[in-house]
Design a protein around this ligand. Structure first.
Ligand SMILES: Cc1cc2nc3c(=O)[nH]c(=O)nc-3n(C[C@H](O)[C@H](O)[C@H](O)COP(=O)(O)O)c2cc1C
Length: 346
């Protein structure tokens, strides 16, 4: 039993979601290509198709390609399911992803305007998508201050308010952070990916194997940094991003806010910062701005001197970052999600 659990290290055989493109409907606008966090789609001859880097283990089913498509040309089929080992999840989900179950009109028409029975807050929560397509126009300081105020008034354990915000509205500095994070991702990729996947000589080769020292490294990291960071979807994403020279970790957003936590805080400071961040995200969306969490900012851990220059010093640690800007085109849109795992006790 124990051996079975440890068998696949970070790359268990799994069923992955797949996106399906209706080439008749596609108008070649490239919005899906630009928004995909894993860079899976590409446009060729004005038609959207899976990118050469596409292989069996990458799509995270965020549905953002579905959300940005103005022609309803894309759909996602299937779900991420692992049937064996430590990462097994196939028994944990009942059925396929769905739209919110209490929204029959939405399901029929796919038209968010017709959903009247929801509160304004619910609409913002459901329609919010991670925005990765930004206009160049800078967000005025007053709006950023309002967003930070939304964060400041978040609840926290013992009201300890452990947050600190670093707001960067300088293009060159955001670009420099992007380069450093990608550099760090490269180290992660070489440490955790089978060579054929990195070289792309055998894209999608399910038989590619990790080397002995890579398995040992992953086991070590799972133990000391947590399993989540070694999940093959995250690692596959990092691999795809690093191998795309045009990828910008922060999507060329005009504003980047780094969220830091004071390590002397009470209880779970990571959770406090998560709540604070989501207050900020929802406030930003209610103002018509787009946001995306970018935890790849973690890559700065490889550059302690640069971190100090940015004002990231103990007792503060990086939790995540938020890109903020005006979205290019309408992106907010409800998408399907896994069904809730709920146990009712009455
Ligand atoms: C803690 C956290 C970290 C994230 N880090 C990244 C990231 O580094 N890069 C990225 O493109 N998206 C990142 N995302 C965005 C997720 O990919 C996105 O929330 C998810 O795919 C669901 O899509 P949605 O936000 O449109 O609902 C992150 C989200 C969260 C909550």
């Amino acid at each position: 039993m124990l051996l079975e659990k440890r068998r696949f290290v970070a790359m268990p055989p799994a069923d992955f979601p797949k996106f399906v493109v209706d080439v008749e409907k596609c108008n070649g606008c490239r919005r899906c290509e630009q928004t995909c966090p894993i860079q899976l789609l590409m446009i060729e001859n004005k038609k959207c198709k899976p990118n050469d880097r596409y292989d069996h283990f990458r799509c995270i089913s965020c549905q953002n390609c579905v959300a940005v498509c103005t022609e309803n040309a894309i759909s996602i089929e299937g779900d991420y399911r692992v049937s064996k080992g430590f990462w097994k999840n196939s028994h944990l989900f009942a059925g396929e992803k769905t739209l919110p179950v209490y929204m029959p009109k939405q399901r029929e028409t796919n038209n968010t305007a017709e959903v009247e029975e929801l509160t304004e807050t619910e609409k913002i929560i459901l329609n919010r998508r991670s925005i990765r397509l930004y206009k160049k126009k800078q967000v005025p300081r007053e709006m950023i201050e309002r967003i930070i105020e939304a964060g400041r008034f978040a609840p926290s354990a013992g009201n300890n308010q452990p947050w600190k915000f670093i707001v960067i509205q300088n293009r060159e500095i955001i670009d420099e952070i992007d380069r450093k994070c990608k550099q760090f991702c490269k180290y992660v990729m070489y440490g955790t990916m089978p060579r054929p996947w990195i070289k792309k000589t055998v894209p999608g080769n399910k038989n590619a194997r990790l080397r002995f020292w890579q398995k040992a490294l992953i086991r070590f990291l799972v133990r000391f940094r947590g399993a989540g960071e070694m999940d093959q979807r995250a690692l596959g994403g990092i691999n795809a991003i690093v191998s795309d020279p045009d990828y910008h970790t922060f999507f060329k957003a005009p504003t980047l806010i780094i969220l830091l936590a004071d390590e002397r805080g009470i209880g779970s400071i990571d959770l406090d910062l998560g709540i604070c961040g989501q207050n900020m995200v929802l406030a930003a969306h209610s103002m018509g701005l787009g946001t995306c969490y970018v935890s790849l900012i973690d890559g700065l851990m490889g550059f302690p001197k640069y971190k100090r220059e940015l004002g990231i010093e103990p007792p503060f640690k990086i939790i995540t970052s938020l890109t903020i800007g005006y979205p290019k085109g309408r992106i907010d849109h409800i998408v399907k999600r896994e069904q809730s795992r709920v146990k009712w006790i009455e």
